[in-house]
Design a protein around this ligand. Sequence first.
Ligand code: PDD
Length: 287
Amino acid sequence: MSRIAYVNGQYVRHADAAVHIEDRGYQFADGVYEVCEVWNNQIVDMPRHLDRLGRSLSELSIDWPMSRAAVEFVLRQVVRRNKVHNGIVYIQVTRGVSRRDHFFPPETVAPSIVVTARSSSPAAGQALAETGISVFSYPENRWPRVDIKSIALLPNCLAKQSAKEKGGKEAWYVDADGNVTEGGSTNAWIVTKEGVLVTRPAENGILRGITRAGILDLVAREGLAFEERAFSLEEAYDAREAFVTAATNIAMPVVRIDERVIGNGHPGSVATRLRELFHTATDLKVV
Ligand code: PDD
């Protein structure tokens, strides 16, 4: 079966899918994106992802490429046509195709939209979660508007690659105050020695993760001890547990930060439980 992508109104073979060389996404990273988890033939938290997409678009004054209902339909179609039962669906919207010019193009230029989907193995994700991952700290060097889910991800690629070269799976950005902001493509959490779950407020310095929001719902439902506040890298080194969250990995235990072993070096019980229960606290839309 060949993979299918949706590009500006058409379903095309993934291998042939293309956008114009003067797409502003290509030339200026002038666009935004979302990644939704597909779990058991359902798209996880699609309304929240589309709310955030709308916010990112509006912060950059990019129009919706089509109605929100049409976007929902296309997301479902792309998942279905690619027979993705577990994996992700990706949507990218850019300011469109226009002669290269830093100024915005005329209003007649329509935004571009691309949707792709791909399968991933839940068993492989689970195996990783049973071992836990290593993360490496990295100086925060991104623009202040990381609340916008922009496709300008070069700093994130550099931070993650640097972690990979040291044997890690994620980078944790550390700001000028020594506090962890977030991961290269995840939100960051710790559980203190006293058993309190901590994550940084979403007001500044981080993307307001949709998985983060689902975990917060779960935390409230389960009545877990929780504080939304900044935490330092030093505090994280001494934590009982650490983990990261994203649509691509639910809650993924962290067992090493830099050269420090976290807790007893095994995935923590809080992260493991939140991972197990996660989908019970989400909105699931059958594909
Ligand atoms: N990344 N922070 C950053 C910088 C991210 O890129 C992401 C998601 C998150 C977690 O957000 P959510 O829970 O909504 O996935 C936090 C996606 C998965 C990516 O770029 O592939």
